[in-house]
Design a protein around this ligand. Structure first.
Ligand code: XLS
Ligand code: NI
Ligand code: NI
Length: 437
């Protein structure tokens, strides 16, 4: 097998004392925490688009990435070679999963038919490489945003032909995901939103999106795809307003169109912060609806207001993510998908390894810290104590819906005044959190 990363051998666990930047300091795949190995808990996934298909351009300059295997052509051979590069990388890194959009992996042809055929040629390589390495597909998706035809959106386009094109593209991407035994399929509404309401029939667009997703659900049943469908919230970029703006908006949309039983959410950290939320808020909102499926692990830069998709390095952030994920009993089909890209200045192939090693170590520490916090139990007992007045007979009646305003008046009137409030102890709890880091 040809070696595209000759300077890198399999990344091993060197432990916290290791001085080798090409070793894990905290991610020991086979280490058991709370009954499962780190590998089983974290289900790391490498994304094709940022890691193998991005030239690292930005709005002010062309790509800087040096990728010696890329001959610069739009040929299927080049795409097939890139597939081998990807699997060598993921295998050396020791990540169990990957994720891709149809158009990251194969060149778009002159016709839809040609594009489908190109995709099939690369999927053959994926199949062989999956069998050779044991690496699996976390989820597949379709790119419904790069091609100019999608300028007004795809499943919310005012142009029916574009809507049909998008449907055909998703249909094929689902077939390919099934063929590769993918654990899930993601819908991120690339340009499903608007730039001005002056030209937009928002209600009609949302109805069309609802129909689109129902057709996807029908097709899923028809072909026997048993993976999970995910919707990925994002508030803006590229449009001013994306319909799937945050977890709450997605959940409301799914409920309105009777789609909630068929979808879970794939939450991305930088999208949460763009929406003005902490990732922990989005995780809690999704878990509250029984709809947390997977996460796109990355981080934004607090000083930049856009989706910078950086690799996650904050132990606070990863601990918060893992508190939610462990709290809901762990992932089923989802995982920690590194929807993250190296900086434009980090243009060498080696930087791809450093970036992922750092993200995996940060999540391994987050997992261990979250597990320690949960086992310790002080946060859980603080919260339980804070709500203890609700564990009374009246509390139970209110919560179960059998109390009325009159009951509450009859209860509080003789007391004259409410019982004294207790401190929220935020600072004490923040200190306690730090004790675990
Ligand atoms: C873009 C999204 C995208 C999805 C997959 O902002 O994060 O990468 O994860 O289409
Ligand atoms: Ni994403
Ligand atoms: Ni993003």
């Amino acid at each position: 097998m040809s070696e595209f990363f000759p300077e890198v051998s399999k990344i091993v666990y060197g432990g916290p004392q290791s001085r080798n930047p090409l070793e894990f300091k905290h991610y020991n795949a086979d280490e058991v925490v709370g009954g499962k190995t780190l590998k089983e808990h974290l289900r790391f996934s490498v994304v094709y688009w940022h890691t193998f298909s991005s030239a690292l351009s930005d709005p002010f300059g062309v790509g800087t990435a040096v990728r010696p295997w890329d001959d610069g052509t739009n040929s299927v051979e080049n795409a097939q070679r890139k597939a081998k590069v990807a699997f060598e990388f993921i295998e050396k890194l020791g990540a169990p999963f990957y994720a891709f959009h149809d158009r990251d992996v194969a060149p778009e042809g002159k016709t839809l038919k040609e594009s489908h055929a190109n995709l099939d040629e690369v999927v053959k390589v994926f199949k062989d490489e999956q069998a050779r390495t044991g690496i699996k597909l976390l989820w597949g998706t379709a790119n419904l945003f790069s091609n100019p035809r999608y300028m007004h959106g795809a499943a919310t386009s005012p142009n029916l032909d574009v809507y049909a094109y998008a449907a055909a593209q998703v249909k094929k991407a689902m077939e390919v995901t099934l063929e590769l035994d993918g654990a899930g399929y993601t819908f991120w509404g690339g340009r499903e939103g608007y730039s001005t309401l002056l030209n937009t029939d928002m209600k009609r667009e949302l109805d069309h999106l609802g129909r689109f997703l129902h057709m996807a659900v029908d097709y899923k049943k028809q072909i026997g795809f048993n993976g999970t469908f995910y919707i990925e919230p994002k508030p803006k970029e590229p449009t001013k307003h994306q319909y799937d703006s945050d977890a709450a908006a997605c959940l409301n949309f799914l409920r309105t169109y009777d789609l909630l039983p068929h979808f879970k959410l794939n939450l991305e950290t930088n999208h949460a912060t763009l929406a003005g939320h902490e990732m922990m808020h989005e995780i809690d909102a999704a878990i509250g609806a029984g709809a947390l499926g997977s996460i796109d692990a990355n981080t934004g830069d607090p000083l930049l207001g856009w989706d910078t998709d950086q690799f996650p390095t904050s132990i606070y952030l990863t601990t918060q993510c893992m508190l939610g994920i462990l709290g809901m009993g762990g992932f089923t089909t989802g995982g920690v998908n590194f929807d993250a890209k190296v900086r434009r200045e980090s243009f060498e192939p080696l930087d791809l390894f450093y970036a992922h090693i750092g993200g995996m170590d940060a999540f391994a520490r987050g997992l261990k810290t979250a597990h320690a916090i949960i086992s310790d139990g002080r946060f859980a007992s603080f919260i339980k104590e804070r709500y203890k007045s609700w564990d009374s007979e009246l509390g139970r009646r209110i919560e179960s819906g059998s109390a009325s305003f009159a009951d509450l008046e009859a209860y509080i009137m003789p007391k004259g005044e409410a019982a004294k409030n207790a401190s929220g102890r935020q600072e004490m709890l923040e200190n306690l959190f730090n004790d675990f880091i």
